[in-house]
Design a protein around this ligand. Structure first.
Ligand SMILES: [Zn+2]
Length: 82
């Protein structure tokens, strides 16, 4: 389980929506629209599900981070000498 987060359009900072969701069930859920009161701007921001992400709680930080592994695709290419 994690907290659904969105990016504040005014400040670009991540804010918690107060909605707890599992990453898999969130990705499977249908697109929805919601409004979240922003603690930074003190106003409501409307957002769509594709803009949100699930912030996993720190208690589960021992899970392997697969995205941290970079494959050899980012090999620098040598420019041809003219
Ligand atoms: Zn805001």
């Amino acid at each position: 389980m994690g907290m659904l987060m969105i990016k504040c359009p005014q400040t670009g900072r991540a804010i918690a929506t107060g909605i707890k969701s599992d990453r898999d069930s969130f990705l499977r859920s249908t697109v929805f629209f919601a409004r979240t009161p922003c603690p930074i701007c003190r106003t409501d921001h409307g957002w769509f599900a594709p803009e949100a992400w699930v912030q996993e709680s720190d208690a589960e930080s021992d899970a392997p981070n697969a995205s941290a592994r970079i494959s050899g695709a980012a090999r620098p290419q040598r420019a041809p000498r003219l």
